[in-house]
Design a protein around this ligand. Structure first.
Ligand SMILES: *Cc1c(COP(=O)(O)O)cnc(C)c1O
Length: 456
C-alpha cells in the first residue's frame, strides 16, 4: 500500500481552535513577531519543536500509574535504569530533567577555558553549555552537510580528516568529542555507522572520550537500516546497541526519541568521572535515582525508549516526514535535501531570495507561516546562531538560514500534514511580497527564545 497510515488509532482527542487571519495578525504584533511568545492556544499546527510534544501511548499512561514516587531507589528508577542499560549499554546512568542538564553536568565536569569540543554540529543548548565553561565548540560536519541541495545519505557525518587535524593541533585540550544523532541543527540528517566507527577509532587513538548526543537515536538507527549496506536485516534496537558500544557515554533528551514529555539522562562507563558528576546531579537536579523527575516520568520514559524503536512506528514516522518534504519539492519549494528524520527544513535564503541574509529571511518566513495558516515553526539560522559584531553592531550571519517544521511524534495525522503542504505552498506563491525583519530586542545568550522583531 502506498497510502501512509498512522500505525495507531486515537483514543483521546485534543481540540484545535481555529483562528482568523485578523486574530493572528494581532497576536503576531503582541508577540514581537517571535512565535516563541505566542500562546499555544492560538496555534493551529504547532511545529515549533518535536521536543516534549510527543503523544504518549496507552502503555505509557499505564506505566505512569505504576510510578513509584519514593525519594530513593524507587521501582520506577530500576525500570528506567534497566531500559537505558539494555538499549544503550552504559553501566552508569544518571537521570536528569532534560537533555541540557546532562550537557551542563558533562561539560562543567570535563571542560575548562581554552579547551576545544568537536561535534558534527552542536545543538544550540549544547553549544551554549560548552561555551559557558570557557571552551570552544567546533562544528565539523562534512561539506555535504552544509550544502542544502546535496543528496548525500548521511549528511550528518563528521569530517574525519578535519577531526584528525583538530585532535592533533589541540592535543591535550580536547576533553570530549561528540556526535549528534541525528544532526538536529544541520537539518535532522543521520550519521552512518561507518562514520561513528571512524570517529570512535580516532578518539581512541588520541585518548579523547567519545560521546553521543543520543536525542534521536531511534530515527538515526532507522536511517542506517534503510540506507547503509549490511543493516537492512538488522533490528533498530540492535543497530542502536552497536552504535552506543562505540561510545564512552551519551547525553539524552527523552523529550525526543524517549517519546516522553520531560526527562533525559547522562550515561557513562567511567566510574571516576561519574562520582564527580553525581555530586553536581545531587546539587542541582535531585538524588541519583530520580534526577529531578517524578517516578511516573521515569516509567513513561522506560516504556517510550522501546516504543521509539518499533519498526512499524519508525517506518510511518520517517515516511510521513519524507512525504511532507517531497510534496514541497514538487511544488518547487526549496528545502534542505533529503528531508531529515524529525523535521523538514525550508531553505529560507532560497525561499526569500530577495531578502538579504542580514534581514533575517528565516524569521520572515516563520512569521508568514503563522500569518497564513496558524502554523508555528522555528528559525534555525541567523537569529539562532548569528551574533552582532561587538565593534560595529552589524548582524553576523549564520552559514544557513533554515526554517524548521518539526513534526511532533504521533500527534498529527496525514491530513494535518497535507494542510501544512498547502499553507507553505501558498506562501511560496506570494513570496515576492514578503519583507525582511530586524531585531528590536535581543538577549546576550540564546537570544532566539525572547527576541522581538519588527518588519522592514
Ligand atoms: C533537544 C536537544 C538537546 C537538549 O535537550 P533538552 O531536553 O531540550 O534540554 C540537545 N541536543 C539535541 C540534538 C537536541 O535535539
Amino acid at each position: 500500500m502506498r497510502t501512509i497510515i498512522e500505525p495507531f488509532r486515537i483514543k483521546s482527542v485534543e481540540p484545535l481552535r481555529m483562528t482568523t487571519r485578523d486574530e493572528r495578525e494581532r497576536l503576531l504584533r503582541e508577540a514581537g513577531f517571535n512565535p516563541f511568545l505566542l500562546p499555544s492556544d492560538a496555534v493551529i499546527i504547532d511545529l515549533l519543536t518535536d521536543s516534549g510534544t510527543s503523544a504518549m501511548s496507552a502503555e505509557q499512561w499505564a506505566a505512569m500509574m505504576r510510578g513509584d514516587e519514593a525519594y530513593a531507589g524507587s521501582r520506577s528508577w530500576y525500570r528506567f535504569e534497566a531500559a537505558v542499560k539494555d538499549i544503550f549499554g552504559f553501566d552508569i546512568v544518571m537521570p536528569v530533567h532534560q537533555g541540557r542538564a546532562a550537557e551542563r553536568i558533562l561539560f562543567s565536569t570535563l571542560c575548562k577555558p581554552g579547551d576545544v569540543v568537536p561535534n558534527n554540529t552542536h545543538f544550540d543548548t549544547t553549544r551554549a553549555n560548552v561555551e559557558a565553561t570557557g571552551a570552544t565548540a567546533l562544528d565539523l560536519v562534512i561539506a555535504e552537510g552544509r550544502d542544502p541541495t546535496s543528496r548525500h545519505p548521511f549528511k550528518g557525518n563528521l569530517d574525519v580528516d578535519r577531526l584528525r587535524a583538530v585532535l592533533a593541533e589541540h592535543r591535550g585540550r580536547v576533553p570530549v568529542c561528540m556526535l549528534t544523532l541525528t544532526n538536529n541543527s544541520g537539518g535532522g540528517q543521520p550519521v552512518s555507522m561507518a562514520n561513528a566507527r571512524a570517529v570512535s577509532a580516532l578518539c581512541r587513538e588520541f585518548g579523547v572520550p567519545f560521546y553521543i548526543d543520543a536525542c534521536r537515536y531511534a530515527e538515526n538507527a532507522w536511517f542506517i537500516k534503510m540506507r547503509e549496506e549490511g543493516y537492512s536485516d538488522k533490528r533498530p534496537i540492535d543497530i542502536a546497541r552497536e552504535l552506543f558500544a562505540l561510545a564512552d557515554g551519551c547525553t539524552m533528551s527523552a523529550k525526543k526519541d524517549g517519546l516522553a514529555n520531560i526527562g533525559g539522562f547522562l550515561a557513562t562507563r567511567d566510574e571516576r568521572l561519574a562520582t564527580r558528576e553525581r555530586d553536581l546531579l545531587i546539587l542541582t537536579e535531585g538524588f541519583t535515582t530520580y534526577g529531578g523527575l517524578a517516578g511516573r516520568d521515569l516509567d513513561a520514559i522506560a516504556t517510550g525508549l522501546y516504543e521509539a524503536l518499533d519498526e512499524d512506528y519508525l517506518r510511518y514516522r520517517i515516511r510521513s516526514v519524507v512525504w511532507l518534504g517531497e510534496r514541497l519539492l514538487e511544488a518547487g519549494v526549496p528545502i534542505m535535501e533529503p528531508p531529515g528524520g524529525h523535521a523538514v527544513y525550508l531553505d529560507a535564503r532560497r525561499f526569500l531570495s530577495h531578502v538579504a541574509p542580514r534581514d533575517l529571511p528565516g524569521q520572515s518566513l516563520v512569521v508568514e507561516l503563522y500569518r497564513e495558516a496558524g502554523i508555528r515553526a522555528v528559525e534555525i539560522g541567523t537569529v539562532m546562531f548569528g551574533r552582532p559584531d561587538p565593534a560595529t553592531g552589524e548582524e553576523g550571519v549564520a552559514p544557513l538560514d533554515l526554517v524548521r517544521l518539526a513534526i511532533p511524534r504521533r500527534v498529527y495525522t496525514q491530513s494535518h500534514v497535507e494542510y501544512v503542504v498547502e499553507a507553505v505552498t501558498n506562501v511560496w506563491h506570494r513570496r515576492d511580497a514578503v519583507r525582511g525583519m530586524r531585531f528590536t530586542y535581543q538577549a546576550p545568550t540564546l537570544r532566539h527564545f525572547t527576541a522581538r522583531f519588527a518588519s522592514l
